[in-house]
Design a protein around this ligand. Structure first.
Ligand code: TXA
Ligand code: MG
Length: 308
């Protein structure tokens, strides 16, 4: 097990050799590879045990680099301007099919792109110079890693460089928004909220919510212990992850003060810590559904096995 991280230049060099890296971002840790190299991309699918129909996000250093690989209309540009660098991914028609290879896009005519805000992610991307595909660094179906140690534990065996960017400030994956054929739709709720997106582009297209994101179909984000949501009391052997004052043991609280940002940042780490105690189950207190609560409840429902 590695305990010290590698500097960004070593990660960029590994990418150039077609090898995998652990890439810290503000959302979760990613398992990165050169997006143009099908062999490197294949190694990501293999390390994660990820089905090949589930496309990856290409990370780039700025909006100009994003426009080199995808086609941005006025709405996509205004979203990029409002939220990049930051925890938002845009799915747009693909412009250059080689810079993000077919396997990375799962053969789709669209491409998912994001400009992360994390300083070390940006250092790696600018040193490498091309798009880096990076799914969350967990093995498929498990909670995303939000600390360096958790990322190393999940997929450290597959990488030749691992950058330690500290604990992820956001703790939930990026919001995925598609801008296709003049329609803007929310494919995956995340750190940037629905209301924040609608403030920029107006009402979202509700007809396709969640349907065009192939990765959204499976049970996901799940710890080993069964998850029970909307719980007010723990059952025998369960750990209760509380929210707000006086709910459960403060040691296991997502946010003792009832703060959604804090709860998002703690969720996946507490899933993992709870799992290590081998509980009969993990119960989670009700979380309000407004704002960031939409993304938290989305992950909780999927961890509990409710799809859709
Ligand atoms: O915060 C994040 O987004 C993290 C960090 C590492 O950047 N990455 C991440 O990647 O969560 P991943 O692979 O775990 O999730 C990518 C999501 C999947 O649900 C996938 O199906 C969707 O984006 N996606 C990627 N390309 C797409 C496309 N062309 N059309 C629709 N959905 C797409
Ligand atoms: Mg993931």
């Amino acid at each position: 097990m590695r305990d010290a991280g590698d500097p960004p230049d070593q990660a960029a060099a590994a990418l150039r050799r077609g090898e995998l890296i652990l890439l810290p971002t503000e959302t979760v840790y990613g398992l990165g590879a050169d997006a143009a190299d099908p062999r490197a991309v294949a190694a990501i699918f293999e390390a994660k045990g990820r089905p090949r129909f589930n496309p990856l996000i290409a990370h780039v250093s700025d909006a100009a680099a994003a426009e080199a690989i995808g086609l941005f209309d006025a709405a996509a540009r205004s979203l990029a301007q409002a939220f990049w660098p930051g925890p938002m991914t845009l799915v747009v028609p693909v412009r250059d099919r080689t810079r993000v290879c077919d396997l990375a896009r799962a053969g789709l005519d669209s491409v998912a792109v994001r400009v992360p805000g994390h300083a070390q992610a940006r250092a790696v991307l600018s040193m490498f110079g091309g798009p880096v595909v990076a799914p969350s660094a967990n093995r498929s179906g498990r909670p995303s890693p939000t600390t360096f140690a958790d990322a190393v534990e999940e997929t450290g065996f597959a990488v030749s460089a691992a950058v330690d960017g500290g604990p992820c400030a956001v703790g939930l994956e990026s919001t995925v928004v598609s801008v296709l054929e003049g329609r803007v739709a929310l494919l995956r709720p995340g750190a940037v909220t629905r209301a924040e997106i609608e403030a920029v582009v107006g009402p979202l297209d509700g007809s396709g919510d969640g349907r065009r994101s192939p990765g959204r179909l499976a049970v996901h984000y799940a710890p080993d212990a069964p998850v029970r949501i909307e719980a007010t009391q723990p059952r025998p052997g369960e750990i209760l992850l509380g929210f707000g004052p006086g709910v459960g043991d403060p040691r296991w609280s997502l946010s003792p003060s009832g703060d959604l940002r804090e709860a998002a940042a703690n969720l996946f780490r507490l899933f993992r810590e709870a799992d290590r105690t081998k509980p009969a189950g993990i119960a989670v207190a009700p979380i309000p559904s407004s704002g960031l609560g939409e993304a938290i409840n989305d992950r909780l429902r999927r961890a509990a096995g409710f799809v859709g």
